[in-house]
Design a protein around this ligand. Structure first.
Ligand SMILES: Cc1ncc(COP(=O)(O)O)c(C=O)c1O
Length: 369
């Protein structure tokens, strides 16, 4: 079976480095917010090309804590994407704020023209969580313009897009904050949960450090109510010693596979979305669009041929039962997002796919009728 993620192969290649990292933490005798978290934060920020990275427990917490640091809370409205992981709106709702969903474009990304229209019509919207979905970056110039024109608090959701850029500008660098996730399937995945908040300004970074650790300014001194959302020391050591040093190479391999799919898949029933112009995608996923109503058939075809496929996502967020009561707050009707989710299928794209497996995925895709 060609898998969506092949952790067995990853483990075989990285095991020695991972065990070395575990040994380092064990020997240090410092198991929470120690040297490994500090080192990883520094190296992650360097890799990203941003001033500060602060490790947190997971991506969901990263978004919530960053929004809280910007003052977002009960009664606030937050513009966001209707196609994303459930964590994106959940982070907003956990603060007592209300997500306002704006429809997607042809890539499944939040439509920034539509966002501008909604922001102009609804001045009560003071925050924005743009999601850089599938490994694509949104238009960074337009994000910067929206932030400035509407004086927004912005937390870029970069859980799927570590290393992506638009016209040379790294995603995550125009909002006051960006948040990312080290969930195992992510491009930089831990052996468990993890996340980080990124920012340019040192005082903003200090606020996150305070919030992730019970709101402490110094030991046992609490100026505000915070969280227990610390990046685990072992996960930080593993990310720093075993996975971050491989991320550039893994990203290049994802790009090679995406290029092979874009060149090789030639089936009128399978629409390749590609990546938006000017975007250097990191191809967290490889979404394709199928004719409406034929997704179950296509999934059965791939499965029978030994190729695992996924759905990101089977439905738009506004269709989730838990979000029913917020549907009245839609920025736009989100019909395109609903349609996109009905048609979307994700093909395997991970750095441990062999050339033969890539060729096999292409063959199976072209053989579907
Ligand atoms: C777009 C997006 N945002 C947020 C998250 C939340 O990350 P985590 O699972 O680490 O909480 C994820 C991952 O699941 C994601 O894909």
């Amino acid at each position: 079976m060609i898998l969506l993620n092949d952790f067995g192969r990853q483990w075989a290649e990285t095991k020695a480095d991972v065990l070395g990292a575990v040994d380092q933490v064990g020997s240090s005798g410092w198991y929470v917010l120690g040297q490994s978290v500090k080192d990883f934060e520094r190296h992650l920020a360097q890799w990203w090309g941003i001033e500060h990275a602060v490790g947190v427990a997971n991506g969901l917490d990263g978004i919530e804590i960053a929004l809280k640091a910007l003052g977002c809370g009960a009664g606030d409205f937050v513009l966001t994407s209707p196609i994303s992981a459930f964590a994106t709106p959940l982070a907003i709702l956990k603060l007592g704020a209300t997500p306002v969903f704006v429809d997607c474009d042809e890539f499944g990304l939040i439509d920034l023209k539509e966002s501008r229209r909604v922001l102009s019509a609804r001045p009560e919207i003071r925050y924005f969580v743009p999601v850089h979905l599938y490994g694509h970056s949104l238009d960074m110039g337009e994000l910067a313009a929206l932030k400035k024109d509407f004086d927004l608090g912005m937390v870029e959701d970069c859980a799927q897009s570590i290393g992506a850029s638009h016209l040379g500008l790294a995603c995550g660098t125009v909002g006051q904050y960006a948040a990312t996730s080290f969930y195992p399937t992510k491009n930089l995945g831990a052996l468990g949960d993890g996340g980080a908040v990124l920012c340019r300004d040192g005082t903003y970074a200090d606020k996150i450090r305070q919030l992730r650790d019970y709101g402490q300014t110094s030991k046992y001194k609490h100026d505000l109510l915070g969280y227990n959302s610390r990046l685990d020391e072992l996960q930080a050591a593993i990310l720093d010693g075993a996975f971050l040093p491989r991320l550039s190479q893994w990203t290049s391999r994802r790009r090679e596979i995406a290029a092979a799919y874009l060149k090789g898949i030639d089936n009128p029933l399978i629409q390749l979305t590609g990546s938006p112009q000017g975007v250097q995608s990191v191809w967290h996923l490889f979404p394709v669009l199928l004719p409406a109503g034929r997704k179950p058939e296509a999934m059965a075809h791939f499965k029978a041929a030994g190729v695992a496929v996924g759905e990101h996502y089977p439905m738009a967020l506004i269709e989730q039962k838990a979000l029913e009561s917020w549907q009245g707050k839609l920025g736009s009707d989100c019909a395109k997002s609903i349609e996109f989710c009905r048609r979307e299928l994700s093909l395997p794209i991970h750095p441990y796919l062999s050339d033969d497996e890539v060729a096999e995925v292409i063959r199976v895709a072209n053989g579907w009728s």
